[in-house]
Design a binder for this molecule. Structure first.
Ligand code: FES
Ligand code: FES
Length: 168
């Protein structure tokens, strides 16, 4: 049996070495919060952290994850949903269908750890996840709220122009 450190616990699995980490998490360890979207590292639905770095687990062979590395999934981001991003996500009602959202939150959590007060450009650079429901504006606002930044500044220049056109 091979070992993985996931959400603070050592877990065992017997997956083939080239099995993507995502499938070990979901099918062997029962951590189904990370989703399968594209399978080719494009959408970010499968994002988890490895030693604090956001990783697209659908293309990460499980054998490439060292036993000492710390894997964190959405289930391990906080014990009780109290991470500032989780609270902001709830407060702003960010998800629509929800499928992409665990990956979004994990990407955002890594961003805030690196940049506690991110600019719109920082968010654009870090948040390359795809949302079929188009929740991008609310994702941006929730990241700003979790960072303790004014929500009014959460809209990008493009969005402000769009809003102004709709209201004038
Ligand atoms: S499922 Fe991994 S990036 Fe899309
Ligand atoms: S909320 Fe539906 S895909 Fe993002």
């Amino acid at each position: 049996m091979a070992k993985l450190n996931v959400n603070g616990a050592v877990r065992e699995h017997d997956a083939e070495p080239d099995t993507p980490l995502l499938w070990v998490l979901r099918e062997q360890l029962g951590l189904t919060g990370s989703k399968y979207g594209c399978g080719v590292a494009q959408c970010g639905a499968c994002t988890v952290h490895i030693d604090g770095t956001p990783v697209r687990s659908c293309v990460m062979p499980v054998s490439a994850v060292q036993p000492a590395s710390k894997v964190v999934t959405i289930e391990g981001l906080s014990r009780d949903g109290s991470h500032p991003l989780q609270k902001a996500w709830l407060a702003l009602d960010v998800p629509q269908c929800g499928y992409c959202q665990s990956g979004m939150i994990m990407a955002a959590a890594a961003l805030l750890k690196a940049k506690p007060r991110p600019s719109d450009a920082d968010i654009d650079e870090a948040m390359t996840n795809i949302c079929r429901c188009g929740t991008y504006n609310r994702v941006r606002a929730a990241i700003k709220q979790a960072a303790g930044m004014p929500a009014a500044r959460s809209a990008s220049a493009h969005e402000v122009i769009h809003i102004e056109r709709r209201t004038t």
